[in-house]
Structure formats: structure tokens, C-alpha cells
Design a protein around this ligand. Sequence first.
Ligand SMILES: Nc1ncnc2c1ncn2[C@@H]1O[C@H](COP(=O)(O)OP(=O)(O)OP(=O)(O)O)[C@@H](O)[C@H]1O
Length: 201
Amino acid sequence: MSNVISAEGVGFRYGGVPVLREVTLGLAAGSMLAVTGPNGSGKSTLLHLLAGVGTPTEGRVHRDRGTRVSLLPQRTGDIDALPLTVAECVRIGRFRPLRRLRRADRLAVDAMLDRLELADLADRRLRELSGGQRQRTLLAQALVQDAEVYVLDEPTAALDTGSRARVHELLAERRADGAAMVLASHDADESALADEVLTLG
Ligand SMILES: Nc1ncnc2c1ncn2[C@@H]1O[C@H](COP(=O)(O)OP(=O)(O)OP(=O)(O)O)[C@@H](O)[C@H]1O
């Protein structure tokens, strides 16, 4: 099967300092890659490059033109500065410039709020959430997107066991629908959900 995303000999340097070297991988529809490794080993850097945020210093990342990628970054501090509610934040995942949200979009947002147990928090501001509630909101925004590839940076790091299980169920459903996943994780049980594990550092 052809790959939705691939990386060939990818390297990355911040200034002159090498962070990634010679990363080669390929991701088919419906497959999941877990990226593990100690703090600072380059997981976030690799996920950003795969999602098309920044370009490698060496090698190349290939995605077919028009491939829809949803990225959940690890650091999303700035969004708290906006006066957004939980529901508004999740709706952004369905936003397209110059197009109103359709009924299907609204249904998808409501279903996602339910699935991640956010319905009761829908009108709360982001800055008034606990760490886990905030992470569930940003995950909902990432997973509500209609994407072919989901790139999720430590998506369940702040979640309790029940929430984490619900997220894993959602990921399995997206994969069954043909989406590819890349997931950075420090958790061996979570990495075990993947078809392949790439350990950096
Ligand atoms: N903007 C930047 N400028 C310079 N160096 C950076 C920058 N961002 C990250 N780095 C460095 O690049 C290396 C890889 O960082 P990265 O965030 O990709 O690691 P990580 O594996 O995701 O870490 P963690 O497990 O802590 O999330 C680290 O040594 C970090 O200090």
C-alpha cells in the first residue's frame, strides 16, 4: 500500500545543533506510528516536520498534495489568551475560510464534545479549565477535523485512566476509517497500540 506520509533521511538542526538525524519512515492509511524517546530527543520536532510545520534541514518529508493533516502540538499556551469557550475551540477544528459551519460540522462537534465528556463544560473559557480538561478540549479540536493523518504530540499525558481509554477508542475508530496516526508518547502501553515504534535519542 502506498504511504500517506513518508520521511527520507530526515535531519534537523536548530542553529547548528543537530536534533534529528537520518529518520526514514513511511505511514500507510490506517496505520499508527508511535514515536518515543527521552525528553529532548526530538519527538516534537519530528512530528512538526511530518505535519508540514517547518522543513527538514536534511532529507525530505513527502505528503501527496492536498493531504489533510491534523496536528495536536504539545505546547499550545497561546490559545488560552483568546476568550474562547470549549465549544468554540472545538468548532475551530471544522472551520474553513469563507465557509459557514454546516449541519454535519455541528453534529460532529457535538458528538466529539460528548465523546470526550466535554458537553457540560461547553461554555467554559479555556483559561478556566484544569490541565486534563484543557487537553481533552484540544484533542477534541484535533480529532474533530476531517483529516487523513492525525499527528498527536503526547495526547494523553495529562489524562486520567478513563479519559485515556476513551481517547484510545477514538483513535482506533479513526484508524478503522482509514486515517493514519503518528503519536509521541512516553507511555509504553500507549506505544503498544501502534503498528510500529520509532525510538529517538
Ligand atoms: N526553538 C528551538 N530552538 C532551539 N532548540 C530547540 C528549539 N526547540 C527545541 N529545541 C531543542 O531541540 C531538542 C529536541 O526538542 P523536542 O521538543 O523536539 O524534544 P522532545 O523529544 O519532543 O522532548 P519532550 O519529551 O521533552 O517533549 C531539544 O534539545 C530542545 O532543547
